[in-house]
Design a protein around this ligand. Structure first.
Ligand code: AHG
Ligand code: MN
Ligand code: MN
Length: 312
């Protein structure tokens, strides 16, 4: 019998990458690692909650929490334990929740994005952004010091940026996030389009023009989960994702703080562009926790063309 080879450190871990490549300050590195750990627990909760997926009661008549609420509680627990978080802004809370005003960072997050897709077993995700200090209101997404997401699909993937490229990690069988792809890039032109809030074409003629332009030779890739749809853009290195307004949702359906802001940061880091129809989303001032904003994000030239069509 031959002895098995000793374990090797052939993989770059998320922790190693944050330390050696991103050169993230220790406290920031710890916050990002804590969010990745929360993601690992959320993934476990998604895979093990049965009737609790949409809330209600289980077969024993016991009340079960919605999976969004479970994900939110897991995020909160890890952020509280981190010791580096001043406050957080979550989709599941009406107001910003203070933890420790002296701590160095504030975290914004959507604990579960696309949760209505969970019964269909589509991919879903968690989104986060990190701001320095203890204020979120009054800031703009360009002030984030990091942003990222966890995608719970056939594989669980963690993607982050601290301002030096966008990097993807795969959750392995040992529960470790290991490097999958460094420096994800977005080309200037798009072949794929991902049109959210599409019913707005009926009362937004510019959006209808954008759709007609896409139908003329581009390929639809839309799942209904922003995390999966924008990950598609980053993974394929091209594409455009939109969610713009109509009469029902004049500003589109998505929130600036914890949905659009983090993705604007990531896609612009990867060489793409983001817009609310007027300017880069990175410059858009956060006024309230639940502020909605139109979003056009992805390949630069396509974002420019769509913005033009929206105004035509
Ligand atoms: P959430 O599950 O956090 O409420 O967000 C779902 C969002 C987003 O993921 C997706 O892009 C959008 O809702 C779907 O909008 P449409 O139904 O208009 O496609
Ligand atoms: Mn969401
Ligand atoms: Mn959500």
């Amino acid at each position: 019998m031959t002895a098995s080879p000793p374990p090797t450190a052939a993989h770059t871990t998320l922790n190693g990458h944050l330390q050696d490549k991103a050169k993230a300050p220790d406290a920031l590195r710890h916050v990002i690692l804590d969010i990745a750990r929360a993601g690992r627990s959320i993934r476990h909760a998604i895979q093990t909650s049965e009737g609790g997926l949409s809330g209600g009661s289980n077969q024993f008549g016991e009340k079960q929490l919605k999976i969004d609420v479970i994900a939110d509680q897991l995020m909160e627990q890890y952020l509280r334990e981190s010791g580096h978080v001043a406050c957080f802004c979550s989709e599941e809370h009406d107001d910003i929740v203070e933890i420790d005003p002296k701590a160095p960072y504030s975290v914004v997050f959507d604990p579960l994005d696309g949760s209505s897709l969970v019964d269909a077993n589509f991919a879903i995700g968690s989104i986060f952004g990190i701001y320095p200090g203890s204020e979120i209101i009054g800031r703009a997404p360009h002030e984030q010091v990091a942003a990222g997401y966890v995608l719970y699909g056939p594989r669980t993937i963690f993607v982050y940026s601290t301002g030096s490229g966008v990097h993807a990690f795969l959750l392995n069988d040992e529960g470790e996030f290991v490097l999958l792809q460094e420096h994800m890039g977005v080309a200037d032109t798009a072949k794929n389009y991902s049109p959210g809030n599409l019913s707005a074409i009926h009362d937004n003629p510019g959006y209808k023009k954008a759709l007609d332009h896409w139908l003329d030779g581009m390929t639809l890739r839309y799942s209904g989960c922003m995390v999966a749809d924008i990950h598609h853009v980053l993974a394929k290195g091209q594409g455009v994702f939109t969610n713009v307004g109509g009469s029902k949702y004049p500003e589109g359906k998505l929130r600036l703080v914890f949905e659009c802001g983090p993705f604007a940061y990531l896609v612009e880091q990867a060489g793409g562009a983001s817009s609310d129809g007027k300017a880069s989303l990175l410059q858009k001032k956060i006024m309230t926790p639940d502020q909605r904003t139109p979003i056009i994000v992805g390949s630069k030239k396509e974002v420019e063309d769509v913005v033009q069509l929206l105004h035509s």
